[in-house]
Design a protein around this ligand. Structure first.
Ligand code: HC0
Length: 567
């Protein structure tokens, strides 16, 4: 431990930590733009400069370690003055329109530049803004990049490289023309981008955002010839409330459903319903592979960022992917067949909209292998925007339930949104169907929690089933290397985003580690409080098989619910 003094406060802090960390522990806020917890320190923006007694030069708090006896001033007149000038320089290299079009920017409510301007008391930008003149990158189905809004803080580069270990971004040019770009400026849609959207969470400005579908959704909602059904992903219900100022981890299912009805959707259904369906189909597939010497381990196929990742980096394992479409796509296929027929609505009148925590789901919906199942995909953020635009006071709405037929789900489906959740849901069902016995303990704690890679073994009729779980593509790479080197598993769950879907690239900003943890806790709470906690006990899933699909893995089920990746 070392003794330091920050702004007149005597503190004892751990040796080796940065001045920034020490200040945060003492609840002193030092502005930063290029710093992000969990990423390497870059020290490029210099906004966190502080004055250290006895030193002539100001030092960046993020990149300077505390020393015994250090006396630090974080907000002295000199520091404040330098910080304002540095800030003006950063803004001058930002979008020329930023000061004029701030109100219409995608990050109008959550722009870190705006927040810092307020924190450091900037009331006037004295410098002329430099026009970089770059064109927007609209090559991706999921993400838009607006380089003129980029302040080259490098957070997206480090997030993609250090957390996801994909590394599609780099910098080009020098001086004020410096820009973050992709290999040979090919565009995000033409490089190894997985569409996970973690870069959007890292970006402090509006330089990265999702491809918007909400204007299209407004159009179909006002088209009397269309019958618009919406599905809600597991992870949205525990995050949407954050966009309306409620605490992370608030369970908001009922208000979300009520808000969607007020927006004018004809039916409000649940992706959780087809998450239960996925378990039936995926479980059947696993048992078949186990019994017939099929390709093992079998990999889950519901995270579209992971699918794109395996296509780019481990194509030799594509046959290990479950052939099941994701719950999002299964929902679209069932809504446009079973539901259309049952409710006497012409199939071509039905428009399927998804609300997803995920930017890669926009890409998934456009994949040629399953195009047409889902028409539009809104992120959690886009849904919040529509609710605000419609003037719906959602936090004061009474809770409502999803519509029947495709809206009832088990607790196993809710936990799909957390890392390990798909595995746990599958184990609950596989155990009971294979052994014919009731599970005493439904919680498979070994596959829960924050560890990047988790393993468990379950005995099914005398056979040891070895399973593993990885979340965040950096961890996925580690697990794939283990498998490549011969480590044996039967079934593996892989999710592109840290924490699973609750940490998806379409979730409210910020999505920090602490916020992810609270969303996960909320999902497990929903599961615990449900009577129906196993996918195979969902009465509407049983009805779907009886009335339409016949048995698990039937010809019809294969036609509608399974696919092969052709990339
Ligand atoms: Fe997920 Fe899903 S759980 S990928 O994480 O399987 O996005 O929430 O909707 O499709 O159900 C995301 C979340 C889903 C799908 C489900 C799966």
């Amino acid at each position: 431990m070392v003794k330091i003094n920050i702004d007149g406060l005597d503190l004892e802090v751990r040796d080796g930590i940065s001045i920034l960390e020490a200040a945060r522990q003492a609840h002193i806020k030092i502005p930063t733009l290029c710093y992000e917890e969990g990423l390497s320190v870059y020290g490029g923006c210099r906004l966190c400069v502080v004055e250290i007694e006895g030193e002539a030069l100001l030092k960046p708090a993020c990149a300077t370690e505390v020393n015994d006896g250090m006396v630090i001033k974080t907000h002295s007149p000199k520091v404040r003055d330098v910080r304002r000038t540095l800030f003006e320089l950063i803004v001058a290299s930002h979008n020329i329109d930023c000061q004029l079009n701030c109100l219409t920017c995608s990050r109008a409510g959550s722009c870190e530049l705006r927040e810092i301007a307020e924190d450091i008391g900037v009331s006037n930008i004295r410098l002329a803004t430099y026009d970089k003149g770059y064109r927007d990158d609209r090559s991706s189905y999921s993400i838009v990049r607006e380089p003129n809004k980029c302040i080259t803080c490098g957070r997206c580069i480090r997030k993609c490289e250090e957390v996801q270990e994909v590394g599609i971004f780099t910098t080009a040019n020098r001086g004020p023309a410096t820009v973050v770009t992709t290999f040979k400026e090919k565009g995000m849609g033409n490089v190894e981008c997985t569409n996970c959207g973690q870069c959007i969470h890292a970006c402090p400005t509006g330089a990265l955002h999702e491809v918007y579908h909400y204007e299209k959704v407004w159009e179909v909602l006002h088209d009397r010839d269309k019958y618009v059904v919406v599905q809600t992903a597991p992870a949205v219900r525990v995050a949407l409330s954050e966009a309306f100022g409620l605490k992370p981890g608030t369970i908001f299912t009922g208000q979300m459903v009520a808000g969607l009805r007020r927006l004018g959707f004809d039916r409000v259904f649940d992706t959780n319903f087809t998450a239960d369906l996925t378990i039936m189909e995926e479980g059947t597939e696993l048992i078949e592979r186990l019994n017939n010497n099929g390709e093992l381990p079998m990999f889950t196929s519901c995270s579209p960022g992971w699918i794109k990742y395996i296509e780019h980096f481990y194509p030799e394992f594509i046959d290990n992917l479950s052939t099941c479409k994701s719950p999002q796509q299964m929902f679209g296929a069932i809504a446009k067949s079973y539901y259309a027929d049952k409710s006497n609505i012409p199939r071509d009148k039905i428009v399927v909209v998804s609300v997803m925590p995920c930017t890669a789901k926009k890409f998934e919906a456009r994949r040629p292998e399953m195009e047409g199942d889902v028409d539009y995909v809104l992120t959690t953020r886009e849904l919040a925007r529509m609710i605000k635009e419609a003037g719906i006071d959602i936090t004061n709405l009474n809770a409502e339930e999803h519509d029947k037929l495709m809206g009832t789900s088990s607790g196993a489906a809710d936990i799909f949104g957390a890392t390990g959740g798909v595995m746990e849901a599958a184990l609950r069902t596989a155990y009971e169907l294979v052994t014919g016995e009731k599970l005493g303990q439904l919680d498979f704690k070994n596959v829960r929690g924050e560890a990047g890679i988790k393993e468990a073994e379950v005995t099914l009729n005398g056979t040891q089933l070895k399973v593993a779980v990885a979340h965040g593509l950096g961890n996925v790479r580690k697990l794939m290397e283990l498998i490549k080197s011969g480590k044996e598993y039967h079934f593996v769950e892989l999710m592109a985003c840290p924490g699973g879907c609750i940490g998806g690239g379409g979730q409210p900003i910020p999505t920090s580690e602490d916020i992810r943890r609270k969303r996960i806790e909320a999902l497990y709470k929903i599961d615990k409080n449900k009577k129906l906690r196993k996918s195979h006990e969902n009465p509407y899933i049983k009805k779907l098989y009886q009335e339409f699909l016949d048995k698990h893995g039937s010809h019809k089920a294969h036609e509608l619910l399974h696919t092969h990746y052709i990339n």
